[in-house]
Design a protein around this ligand. Structure first.
Ligand code: ADP
Ligand code: MG
Length: 714
């Protein structure tokens, strides 16, 4: 069997199982191979019944004394089988739910080997029981239990696909699979004491002991981080080596005009970042810079200045935003500020008609547009620039590395561009002597607060600038945590504020009513509010399942104050700017991560009004309350990110970040910090060596094609 083979060819997997596996994202042999155990059970030590401790996980063996069957649960539909085992030192009740067929198998006198959680038996006067059996086996007369035991994997099983199934199929897979060749160059594997790849995979599933398990895990985590670091460093190296970056000239009339026309002074941090960008743009190497700044820190104006600088130098600029709404908003504000200066700004999104899109393509190719703002539509094959000088991606964490790279590629020469890019076609005065096909500069903006230690590795191919301070005069957002019984009071207050002319957001964790969930949906809350206390106001609803054009229309109406109260899901998290909105109520706030709550909260406090964010939560657990209370105490996105990490662990934290990196299957960027640093060292060494570099490129293409397809061979 090969890694790329469809999983349905594995013995024991029919069409039904294949479909269930597909729902977990498992389609090929490789997918199953990388469906790693979430934990392991040490079944190598048998505990006699007399020594079992309630509350612990244990492996033990005994003889079946009796078996009882009864029914339970709602309407008595559940069958409960209980076997009482004895081993000479005591007794243990073992219970199975809804596995009626087991009754045939579990005959008194048989020896049983079981692993699970030990508890006091229900109503059993101190007798011990095992109600959550994680694995069990009937032992033959000659089987010494010791021969059956060892370290056993525990997979993330589901209702249909249980532990037993995964254990059987991974064993089958490992038996059928041809030995896996190594991907890490031998010299690197040797210096970092890695196991052969084939051994590592096998032992990660079925380790002979915990020491080998650790080595196997380290090897595979290393491989994963190493390949991603190689990819990021290669992208950086490739851009650096392209000798024909653009050497922009000193700032001149247009940049000065934009700066003077701004209704505010740049903050100290903005000035600093702008200087860094100016320096990069004026150097002959292509710029590759990430600007990290909290929500509302004023990144857009920085992007605008950089785009104007490239236009001043006779180039075109592109700004890509992750949502239609945000792109449209940028377009509007750019047009307002730049059209009076004679700069031609265009808009491109999937929502335009074919004819409108083609008109924009033609204008870009003919250099009739200086700046284009848009969505993913900008990376379509049909988009060609006459003379692309700068590419900006806003809210980078919403894009993958591959998408960003695709936009950068737009600067590469095309026949069309070459014929159109005569200096006469340029709108602006200064003409630096650079080829029209120079590599564009790249600027990436993100509000995702990543703890400082990680920035280097997560954005390994970029230089980093940070905007830490917010513009002066901001009314700090005040945040309160309230229980649901306060809702009438909260909404009364919101109502009063709307009557005074303000606008408000209400955020809900889910869109529709789902069976078996008591979470209020956005749709329910929407109805409750518009027919209830807000019947005299315009109430709107926006969520991710609406069509882009519908979303857009609602957002526009909110922006124009035709809607005063907007009920929404997290679709509003990115970038929209409605300064008159000064209130936000977040229902079931415990459902969101802190970093996400902070992003959401960033939608208010954008105007001169005192702004309030009210987190509504039952707050049943101590940690849930502690977590939300932090929101009330700080407005610092970095601090919140760090707290989030501390409280929820890296898995959840990174799961929500959408940082554009490939999903890590095994490594954990925080927990494996030491491996990550080693992997980065190794990646640097790999790139520096003429021997290892060519080995690694095809592997990157193959394993991470989506992210690193733009890496070239030389
Ligand atoms: P973000 O960093 O979240 O993208 P924006 O660029 O949207 O933030 O800026 C938020 C608001 O702050 C905008 O209304 C913008 O005009 C304003 N702003 C930006 N810089 C300054 C400044 N130096 N002084 C005052 N207001 C500013
Ligand atoms: Mg922004």
């Amino acid at each position: 069997m090969q890694l790329t083979d469809d999983i349905k060819y594995l013995k024991g997997i029919g069409p039904k199982k294949a479909a269930q596996l597909a729902r977990l994202g498992i389609r090929t042999a490789y997918d199953l191979l990388t469906y790693f155990p979430r934990a392991y059970e040490d079944q190598s030590v048998l505990t006699p019944f007399g020594e079992l401790q309630p509350g612990t996980q244990a492996t033990t063996a005994g003889t079946i004394m009796s078996v009882q069957e009864r029914t339970g649960g709602r309407q008595r539909r559940m069958t409960i089988l209980t076997a009482t085992l004895g081993d000479g030192t005591g007794f243990l009740q073992v219970t199975w739910f809804n596995q009626k067929y087991l009754k045939q198998k579990l005959k008194p006198g048989l020896r049983l080997f079981v692993t699970g959680k030990v508890e006091y038996a229900y109503g059993g006067y101190g007798q011990l029981a095992m109600a959550q059996v994680s694995s069990w086996q009937i032992l033959g007369a000659d089987d010494a239990p010791e021969q059956k035991t060892g370290i056993v994997p525990i997979y993330p099983a589901t209702e249909q696909l249980n532990q037993h199934f995964f254990r059987k199929e991974t064993q089958q897979l490992l038996a059928d699979l041809a030995p896996l060749p190594d991907v890490i160059p031998a010299s690197i594997a040797q210096s970092y004491h890695l196991l052969p790849r084939d051994t590592a995979f096998r032992q990660l599933h079925y380790p002979p002991n915990f020491e080998t398990l650790k080595a196997a895990r380290r090897t595979l985590a290393f491989e994963e981080l190493y390949l991603i670091q190689c990819g990021l460093l290669l992208l950086k190296k490739q851009a650096r080596e392209q000798q024909h970056g653009i050497r922009h000239l000193e700032n001149s009339r247009l940049v000065a005009a934009v700066l003077t026309a701004l209704p505010f002074q740049l903050t100290h941090d903005q000035q600093q970042v702008w200087q860094e960008i100016v320096h990069d743009m004026q150097s002959p190497e292509p710029m590759r810079r990430l600007v990290q700044g909290d929500v509302g820190s004023g990144k857009t104006v920085i992007a605008m200045l950089a785009l104007v600088k490239t236009v001043e130098n006779g180039y075109q600029g592109a700004l890509m935003a992750p949502t239609e709404i945000l792109a449209a908003q940028h377009y509007e504000s750019f047009q307002q500020q730049l059209t009076p200066l004679g700069i031609h700004v265009g808009f491109l999104s999937g929502r335009l008609t074919k004819k409108q899109r083609e008109a924009i393509y033609a204008q870009l190719a003919a250099h009739e547009l200086d700046i284009v703002i848009g969505t993913h539509a900008l990376i379509q094959d049909d988009v060609h620039f006459a003379r692309l000088g700068l590419v900006v991606t806003d809210e980078q964490h919403r894009f993958g590395i591959g998408q960003r790279a695709a936009l950068e590629q737009k600067g590469a020469p095309t026949d069309q561009a070459a014929t159109n890019a005569s200096p006469e076609a340029d709108a602006c005065q200064s003409q630096p002597a650079v080829r029209a096909t120079a590599t564009p500069d790249v600027l990436v903006m993100t509000a995702t607060p990543i703890p400082r230690t990680l920035t280097l590795t997560v954005y390994g191919d970029l230089d980093v600038s940070q905007i830490k301070e917010l513009p002066p005069g901001r009314q700090p957002i005040r945040t309160f945590v309230r229980t649901p019984d306060c809702r009438p009071l909260i909404y009364k207050y919101v109502h009063d504020q709307l009557a005074a002319g303000r606008q408000a957001y209400v955020v809900c964790p889910r869109i529709e009513l789902t069976e078996g969930s008591d979470l209020p949906s956005a749709e329910e809350v929407f109805d409750e509010l518009r027919y209830g206390i807000f019947h005299d106001q315009q109430v709107g609803l926006v969520h991710g399942k609406m069509k882009a054009s519908e979303k857009e229309a609602v957002m526009q109406a909110f922006y124009a104050n035709k809607i005063q109260l907007l009920v929404a899901t997290t679709v509003i998290e990115v970038g929209v700017n409605v300064p008159n909105a000064s209130l936000m109520v977040i229902e079931h706030a415990e459902r969101f991560g802190l970093a996400q709550l902070h992003q959401l909260r960033g939608r208010i406090g954008r105007g001169p009004y005192k702004s309030y964010c009210i987190l509504v939560s039952e707050g049943k657990s101590e940690t849930a309350r502690e977590r939300l209370q932090i929101m009330a105490e700080t407005n610092d996105g970095f601090k919140l990110a760090e707290e989030d990490l501390r409280l929820r662990g890296p898995g959840q934290f990174f799961g929500q970040l959408q940082h554009g990196l490939p999903d890590l299957k095994i490594a954990d960027v925080l927990g494996d910090m030491d491996i990550l640093l080693e992997a980065r060292q190794a990646a640097l060494a790999t790139l520096a060596s003429r021997e290892t570099l060519p080995q690694i490129i095809p592997i990157l293409r193959q394993q991470y094609h989506e992210h690193f397809e733009h890496i070239t061979n030389n």
